[in-house]
Design a protein around this ligand. Structure first.
Ligand SMILES: NC(=O)c1ccc[n+]([C@@H]2O[C@H](COP(=O)([O-])OP(=O)(O)OC[C@H]3O[C@@H](n4cnc5c(N)ncnc54)[C@H](O)[C@@H]3O)[C@@H](O)[C@H]2O)c1
Length: 320
């Protein structure tokens, strides 16, 4: 469906801007609404959309998903086939400082998008959820049917609450909604607050890398191209309400990650050990059984290859 028109909320961010570039390369029409939230710099986000901005199939609207009038007018101005809802207050640790902002944007913002979709009779949404909804689940790897009723941060709780709201709109109004639970995403344009980006910057500057806890915490890191493959498959196959994990089905500890980074950068990496942070889960590990069948999701990039690609992008684009 080359001539689809897609609304991407939060499209100036890391995952969103990569998705915008991919969809434009497939000749789709893309409209982004993003308020350049101050979680990290606007300059980075403007740069993320530099190429997209030259494309006639692309429109950028600066605005807040909580702005009811604005969102209403966007749905009046365009005939969207589907909404990819990525706009969010991201980050687990900062959500402990401002839980209300997280719930405003992640839950009430989602409600505002869903309500306006209903008014405009747009009934397909991909929702960006998170592996954090599994909390400290002991059933590993995480299967979509695991209980996800014990989130341990406001961010995780807000994402789970928004998933539940999505289900309600599916049930009441027959919306097709796929909630995709992303497992720590990395790659070009990664958010500066996330470990791989932060660690690479510190190591290249010769500064020490902070490790919270003993470094045994494990993460299923997912390369951006694999996430994009999952999202585009979801756009293609959306039908009913479903939840899918998008990860790599493999884990690496923080200590192993830092070692690998040192090898790739050919640097002796300094470490500072700090206390474990509240809100951080011990492990994330995606079962992909459901997404392989339902989405034909087939992730391709292992952490070593992905980290090499990230470092190569970072040294050319960020550190110079
Ligand atoms: N990056 C990851 O590892 C990861 C993991 C799990 C889930 N997610 C989810 O994926 C989505 C994208 O994440 P990302 O890493 O690209 O984050 P990001 O911060 O780079 O992108 C989010 C974008 O949303 C925008 N935004 C925030 N509040 C807004 C508002 N009120 N109105 C309009 N726009 C607003 C921001 O300006 C930003 O450009 C988010 O929903 C996030 O929670 C990301």
């Amino acid at each position: 469906m080359a001539n689809m028109t897609i609304l991407i909320t939060g499209g100036a961010g890391f995952i969103g801007s990569n998705l915008v570039d991919l969809l434009l390369s497939q000749s789709k029409k893309v409209v982004v609404v993003d308020n350049y939230d101050n979680f990290y710099s606007k300059e980075i986000k403007v740069k993320n959309l530099e190429n997209a901005s030259k494309n006639n199939n692309f429109t950028f609207i600066e605005g807040d998903i909580l702005d009811e009038e604005l969102i209403d007018s966007i749905f009046k101005d365009y005939n969207f086939d589907i909404v990819v809802h990525l706009a969010s207050k991201a980050g687990v640790r900062p959500s402990l400082e401002s839980p209300k902002e997280y719930f405003d944007v992640n839950l009430i913002g989602t409600l505002n998008i869903l309500n306006n979709m209903k008014k405009a009779n747009v009934k397909k949404m991909i929702f960006a959820s998170s592996s954090s909804v599994y909390g400290n689940s002991t059933e590993i790897p995480f299967v979509e049917t695991n209980a996800s009723d014990s989130p341990i941060s406001p961010y995780a709780a807000s994402k789970r609450a928004a998933e539940l709201l999505c289900h309600t709109y599916h049930h009441l109004y027959n919306f097709d909604i796929f909630c995709l639970r992303f497992f720590t995403v990395y790659g070009p344009r990664q958010r500066p607050d996330l470990a791989i980006s932060k660690f690479t910057k510190l190591a290249l500057e010769g500064n020490s890398i902070p490790i919270y806890g003993d470094g045994s915490m494990r993460r299923d890191y997912t390369y951006i191209d694999d996430i994009l493959q999952g999202i585009t498959k979801a756009i293609e196959k959306i039908n009913g309400f479903e939840i899918f994990n998008l990860g790599e089905n493999t884990t690496i500890s923080v200590n192993e990650l830092v070692n690998l980074l040192g090898i790739i950068l050919k640097k002796e990496v300094q470490i500072t050990r700090l206390p474990k942070q509240p809100g951080d889960v011990n492990i994330t590990f995606a079962s992909l059984t459901k997404s392989k069948i339902g989405l034909e999701y087939a992730p391709k990039t292992n952490i070593e290859e992905g980290l090499r690609k990230f470092v190569s992008w970072f040294t050319k684009n960020v550190q110079n």
